[in-house]
Design a binder for this molecule. Structure first.
Ligand code: NCD
Length: 338
């Protein structure tokens, strides 16, 4: 399933992609209207707070009131990669706010199968006067290419291995609501899994460097460490950062244990079997985790959290984290489109 890392003819290296995402013209700067949401690099502290506040407001509305938020809007969702939660939560969020929604939950029955470029697909989806596009794509520069081509604003539902900004925002809402500490600046966040390919950790760790965070610990096999560019960014922003491959050493330290799967789709099979199943959170492991900690996972899980942990009161990755996703995505849609 591994596909080209870069599409189109612009932004052909990670450095160019990141530099463009940091372009001051792409900053949210407190005004979401009509803006693309492609990366956490676009956010400052105030804009993050705006999303969290808007999610709170929307949560308080009843369903009849929510339907009146985006009644004349049309949202298109096009996903080139598999998804359960991101696709359905964006679809439901747009519907819940009263928008019309057109969804392509996979591109196998589109002209992408015949070799159509991302730019041309964007032309087509814009031709029917959509007001907003949500895109998930396997290339690192896809969100930028799509945003440049699209008249309607683009929200990234995940771009390659690089970023998943809306997941990071919903993760932040989960952290502030579900941890008894509430403020990430008081928390030690321990990430577990695959940081070479795992875009959710890339986005969330950078987002936490903007809000401030007690510390970030990254537990992974040596071959799946965080890209050095992100480590440099986190250091530059003054984050206390630790990297290790020893989970038991840091379990008792976590206020947030954020577990991720090894991203199988980017590996050769032999390489995958070398690292698959490295970490396993089960009832036994949970004995070493603080009583006040929360356990998160962006999902899907493969075998890194045993189902027996689902009943643990510290496990928030099922209903709670997904519920925060619904409100966070409604918040983003309404901020961009209202
Ligand atoms: C994640 C993704 O697509 O990056 N899934 C999600 O959106 N919740 C994580 C993953 O696939 O492992």
């Amino acid at each position: 399933m591994t596909k080209e890392q870069f599409v189109g003819d612009r932004y052909q290296s990670i450095e160019t992609v990141v530099a463009e995402l940091r372009n001051p013209e792409r900053k949210i700067g407190g005004d979401f209207r009509g803006k693309d949401i492609l990366s956490v690099e676009q956010f400052d502290y105030e804009s993050i707070v705006q999303v969290l506040n808007r999610a709170d407001e929307i949560e308080k509305l009843d369903r009849r009131e929510r339907k009146l938020v985006l009644p004349d809007k049309h949202v298109t969702i096009a996903f080139y990669q598999p998804s359960t939660r991101t696709y359905s939560s964006f679809f439901r969020a747009a519907q819940e706010l009263g928008a019309d929604v057109y969804g392509m939950p996979g591109m196998d029955f589109s002209s992408v199968k015949k070799g159509e470029s991302l730019e041309d697909t964007m032309w087509a989806l814009n031709a029917y006067e959509t007001d907003l596009l949500v895109l998930r794509h396997h290339s690192d520069n896809s969100a930028l290419i799509a945003a440049d081509q699209s008249v309607a604003p683009v929200i990234s539902g995940g771009a390659g291995k690089l970023e998943h900004p809306t997941q990071a925002l919903l993760d932040l809402r989960t952290i502030t609501k579900e941890s008894p500490l509430h403020d990430p600046r008081a928390m030690n966040v321990v990430f577990v899994g695959d940081f070479k390919y795992g875009r959710t950790v890339h986005s969330l760790s950078k987002l936490l460097s903007i809000t401030g965070v007690g510390s970030l610990t990254f537990v992974s096999p040596d071959s799946l460490k965080l890209p050095r560019g992100i480590v440099t960014t986190l250091h530059e922003r003054g984050v206390n950062l630790y990297e290790t491959n020893n989970l038991s050493e840091v379990l008792g330290f976590a206020d947030v244990l954020y577990v991720t799967r090894i991203q199988m789709e980017w590996f050769e099979e032999v390489e995958y079997t070398k690292v698959a199943g490295t970490y396993n959170i089960n009832q036994e492991t949970m004995k070493h985790v603080k009583d006040s900690a929360i356990v998160m996972h962006p999902l899907p899980r493969v075998n890194e959290i045993a189902p027996e942990v689902d009943q643990d009161k510290r496990a928030v990755y099922l209903e709670k984290q997904m519920g925060h996703g619904f409100y966070t995505r409604m918040a983003l849609l309404s901020l961009v489109l209202e």
